[in-house]
Design a protein around this ligand. Structure first.
Ligand code: SF4
Length: 151
């Protein structure tokens, strides 16, 4: 690997920009994501920034139970994110539908059927520390060695 590639890998892994999309939640997980931004968890100290603009994002956080109405919109958001990119499913809703997974509802979990998911964070809702850990894990698995794998 060249020095330039090493520098690119290092910079990429230390500057993760996050967007999030809520495909139908009770807002419990949204609050935990917002808590990551507050001084107690201070997500920016790890080089993770939330802008919520898919064109500038590296990581997409998906929250909520997926409903068919989201099919085109979620695919559109995912396509707007430039490579390298990763999606993280936050909470039980995008993994299993959680409390919304009943016969009379129209949800279609898991979200990984619809876009590639690099990490899942179970919990109803998961703790901010678990959300943070998941973002850091995709940072290491997707971004830290991107240049060597995609010369
Ligand atoms: S996982 Fe639980 S807290 Fe999160 S959106 Fe679903 S029902 Fe709400």
């Amino acid at each position: 690997m060249t020095i330039l590639q090493r520098i690119k890998n290092k910079v990429r892994a230390r500057s993760i920009h996050v967007a999030y999309v809520d495909v139908g939640s009770c807002n419990g997980c949204d609050i935990e994501v917002l808590a990551c931004l507050a001084p107690r968890y201070d997500i920016e100290q790890y080089g993770i920034f939330v802008h919520n603009n898919p064109r500038e994002a590296d990581v997409l956080l998906v929250i909520g139970a997926y409903t068919p109405g989201w099919e085109e919109k979620l695919a559109m958001v995912w396509e707007k994110i430039p490579d390298p990119k990763a999606a993280v499913a936050i909470g039980n809703c995008p993994i299993s539908g959680c409390v919304f997974n009943r016969r009379e509802t129209f949800i279609d979990p898991p979200v990984r059927k619809h876009i590639p998911i690099a990490a899942e964070v179970p919990g109803c809702p998961p703790r901010p520390t678990e959300i943070l850990q998941a973002i850091l894990s995709v940072r290491d698995s997707v971004f830290a060695n991107w240049e060597a794998e995609h010369p």
